[in-house]
Design a protein around this ligand. Sequence first.
Ligand SMILES: [Zn+2]
Length: 199
Amino acid sequence: MYFAEPVAKLIEHLGKLPGIGPKTAQKLALYLLEIPEEEARALAEAIITARKNTKYCSVCFNLTDTDPCAICQNPGRNHRLLMVVEEPKDVAAMERTGSFNGIYHVLHGVLSPIKGIGPEDLKVRELLLRLSREPVEEIIIATNPTVEGEATAMYLASLLKPLNFKVTRIAHGLPVGSDIEYADELTIRKALEGRRVLE
Ligand SMILES: [Zn+2]
C-alpha cells in the first residue's frame, strides 16, 4: 500500500516501538492523523518532556524525575531491606502490588555470556559501593526466573554472602520463565513471602 512520504515516515517510527508490528504501526499512524491537532501535539510534547525530565536515580538507578528518587528519599521505607531487580519496569510492577516496603537496586540487565554482558555492564559495582555505606541487612534478589536471571542471582549471592549480608531469592509462585513484570499481585506477594536464603 502506498502512503505519502510523511505518513510513511510516521509508520516507520511507530513500527520501531516494542510490540508494534507493521499493521499496528499503520493503524496507529492513521489514527494519529485523525485526532485533533492539539492532542497530537500534546502526545509529541509528552514524549519530549518525559525524556527531558527523567533520569536514573544516582543511588538505585531507577527512572526518576528527582535525584535521589522518591523511594530512596523516603524515610518511611525499610532501608535495611534491599531488592535487586533487572529493570525499572520491575520496580514499577513491584510498587503496583504495594507488597514491598524496602528499597531497590536496578541492575539494568542480567549476565549473559552469549550476548557478551558481564558484571561490568550491570550496576554491580554501584551496588557494592552503596552497600558499604547504607544500613542494608537483607538483599532480596528478584531477577526473573530465566537462565540468565538465575545465573545473575547466583553470581550476586557469591559476591554478597562473604560480606555477611542475608541474601534471599524470590522463587516460589513465579512460574519458570515468566517475568515479574507480568505477574499479578498475589503471585508477587507469594513469591516475596516464600523467598529462600541463598546458600
Ligand atoms: Zn533511587
